[in-house]
Design a protein around this ligand. Structure first.
Ligand code: NAG
Length: 131
């Protein structure tokens, strides 16, 4: 599971591989992921194939090796699935032979993180789910 902060809007994101029925199992114990929206003009070097500038690599301790991942989002043209809080994707990672089908369910954090986790639990996402 990932906790995502995008501007002033905080979203709780669950990454699960299956949905399970409502249970009395405890809430998911969250881990956190911070996403930063960076200015491409400020961080990419147009004289070096638009790779990250050395100052950015250094500031965030980013390795220079890369793993390519192709990602295909599944949705309708009008983003029906996204607007319902879901993000289903197919991923193909360089060097791996299989495809990965994942989905996230996002829960807005409108009061506390625990309240959002409880809402997720009532919808079948609990501590038995894997990230
Ligand atoms: C993005 O970075 C460029 C170069 O530093 C700067 O000129 C521009 O104002 C920045 N844009 C925003 C939206 O901050």
């Amino acid at each position: 599971m990932h906790f995502t902060t995008a501007g002033p809007l905080a979203l709780l994101t669950l990454l699960a591989h299956h949905a399970v029925p409502i249970s009395a199992t405890s809430n998911i114990v969250p881990d956190f992921e911070v996403k930063l929206v960076l200015n491409a003009t400020a961080i990419l070097d147009p004289t070096n194939s638009y790779k990250l500038k050395p100052s950015v690599l250094s500031a965030f301790s980013i390795p220079t090796t890369v793993t390519k991942i192709n990602v295909q989002s599944l949705d309708t043209n009008s983003k029906t699935i996204h607007n319902a809080g879901w993000s289903p994707r197919i991923r193909k990672t360089e060097g791996e032979s299989d495809f990965e089908l994942t989905y996230k369910k996002r829960y807005p954090v409108t009061s506390t993180i625990d309240a959002a986790l409880t809402t997720a639990n009532t919808e079948g996402f609990d501590s038995t789910d894997i990230d």
